[in-house]
Design a binder for this molecule. Structure first.
Ligand code: ZN
Length: 510
């Protein structure tokens, strides 16, 4: 079996998804889950893009153990230096530098001749090599580049010390046949390529990112770049869970394996969906709500008789078996701590105390707290922005014949403020009242509510996206009462706006 490396770029390319911004805490939570999942490389960010990105990469490099931590850098001195500084604390670190190699990018964007591009690539790899041993070089828009030019530039990058060369289909233009041919051509003709990893990075503009990545593996690629749930620029990247499960389920065809602990896939998917606010469509392969549901009577009958009649993978294998763990209002701190450990979380005593308080508030109002509820609570708590504004009290009156009225009491740095407002519905009334109380009026771009488990007594989880000028933030709130969850989500987003985490830098990347 060939060992294929999984390079996860959820935190870099994935975070470039329109409307997605992640705080450093959120990035760290995802990075920990990626480490649990067993990815080989975490591309943690693009440090030159913003101070926030730099600090997130640096914290991940300090705290997350297991995978190699990579940072992206254009082929320029300040980029490489900033990337080197950000990944410095990591056990295993990589600088990923890139330059565009397609005629249209070289002429129109870079305004450099092919010779100048080669010289710059050689220089960038050599310069990065001065900081780290592990240097990846990407030829941006390789999918539309001249294959012979790719062979030339990759050969130079390898001579300068590159340990990985990456062939990105930046614009998602390739087809599996062509892309496999290109990968094969590069492998057959580039001097020194047998000593380095050959990586691919595919985009999903034509829905072919996974197919192209798999075709590349068959053609000899040894690393696949992908994201959880396939999020990323435009139509997104190759979906990690699909690539991994295709390689596993059809190992007869690929003769390849990854180091991924597949039982962590579902949880990774849920976490990324929750923190980015990018919902997983129900029909999404592997992790969608319907991926293992059988509707037709004939299928149901078949599965009951023998699962393999209509199922090619085990739901359990991707971590989808509902956890049986249930806590209630009489559960003590010890049981609570043990439950957290079973879910894979380790917290210090102070954190456990804080989480336990919140758990008690929920358990007092809801008979059973399931594993899903608990995960929602934990992720909600540990990714919250510092509470500049804090909800103290909330009252809402609504009904079919009433104009909804909300009264909120909010703690602010200038003391408590109480405000009331009417609205089109109870949530609208609450948002109007909060906006008055805090003196901010950002635009509500998205509002979504979900139940953590089925049933009317599930915990409600609300996600909102707010825009204020160029800043876009996502807030979440979890509570048994959906109006309260809505208020918490809105305040969480406002706290992020105040903390200044939503300003997105726009630096182009592969
Ligand atoms: Zn990309």
């Amino acid at each position: 079996m060939r060992r294929i490396k999984i390079f996860d770029t959820t935190l870099r390319d994935g975070e470039q998804s329109p409307g997605v911004t992640l705080t450093p805490e959120e990035k760290l939570a995802i990075a920990h889950q990626l480490a649990r999942l067993g990815v080989d490389v975490i591309e943690a960010g693009f440090p030159i893009a913003s101070p926030g990105d730099f600090h997130a990469v640096r914290r991940i490099a300090q705290e997350v153990r297991g995978p190699t931590i990579a940072a992206l850098a254009r082929a320029a001195k300040p980029d490489i230096e900033r990337a080197a500084e950000a990944v410095a604390p990591a056990e295993n670190k990589r600088i990923h530098t890139f330059i565009a190699t397609s005629p249209v990018h070289m002429e129109k964007k870079l305004r450099l001749s092919p010779d100048e591009v080669v010289a710059r690539a050689r220089w960038a790899v050599g310069y990065a090599k001065g900081f780290v041993d592990d240097v990846e070089f990407s030829a941006e828009d390789a999918g539309r580049s001249d294959p012979d030019f790719l062979v030339r530039i990759f050969g130079e990058a390898i001579r300068a010390g590159a340990t990985v060369i990456n062939i990105p289909d930046t614009v998602g233009y390739q087809t599996p046949w062509q892309f496999a041919e290109l990968v094969r051509y590069v492998i057959e003709n580039t001097p020194g390529i047998e000593n380095v990893d050959v990586s691919v990075h595919c985009h999903d503009d034509l829905g072919l990112a996974v197919a192209n990545s798999l075709a590349a593996v068959r053609a000899g690629a040894t690393q696949v770049e992908c994201t959880v749930n396939g999020i990323g620029e435009r139509a997104g990247n190759a979906s990690l869970e699909e690539v991994v499960m295709a390689l596993y389920t059809r190992r007869d065809v690929f003769g390849a394996e990854t180091g991924i602990r597949t039982r962590e896939l579902y949880r990774a998917s849920q976490l990324v969906a929750r923190l980015t606010g990018m919902v997983v469509p129900p029909n999404k392969a592997v992790v969608g709500a319907n991926a293992f549901s059988h509707e037709s009577g004939i299928h149901q009958d078949g599965v009951l008789k023998a699962r393999e009649t209509y199922e090619i993978m085990d739901a359990e294998l991707v971590g989808r078996e509902a956890a049986v763990l249930v806590l209630g209002k009489h559960s003590g701190r010890h049981a609570f701590k043990k439950a957290l450990e079973e879910l894979g979380y380790t917290f210090n005593d102070e954190e456990v105390t804080r989480l336990f308080t919140r758990f008690k508030e929920v358990a007092d109002r809801k008979k059973q707290v399931t594993a899903e509820d608990l995960v929602a609570l934990v992720e909600d708590q540990r990714t919250r922005a510092p509470e500049h504004f804090k909800l103290q009290d909330l009252q809402v009156h609504s009904g079919t014949a009433l104009t909804p009225v909300a009264t909120v009491r909010v703690a602010t740095p200038d003391g408590e403020v109480t405000e009331a407002a009417t609205g089109d519905g109870p949530v609208d009334a609450v948002y109007q009242a909060i906006a008055r109380a805090v003196g901010l009026r950002p635009r509500l771009e998205a509002y979504r509510i979900e139940a953590t488990t089925g049933g009317t007594e599930a915990v409600g989880e609300v996600t909102v996206r707010l825009r204020n000028g160029r800043a876009v933030v996502t807030g979440r709130g979890v509570a048994p009462d959906v109006v309260e969850a809505s208020a918490r989500a809105y305040l969480d987003a406002l706290n992020k706006l105040v903390a200044g985490v939503g300003a997105k830098a726009s630096v182009e990347a592969p």
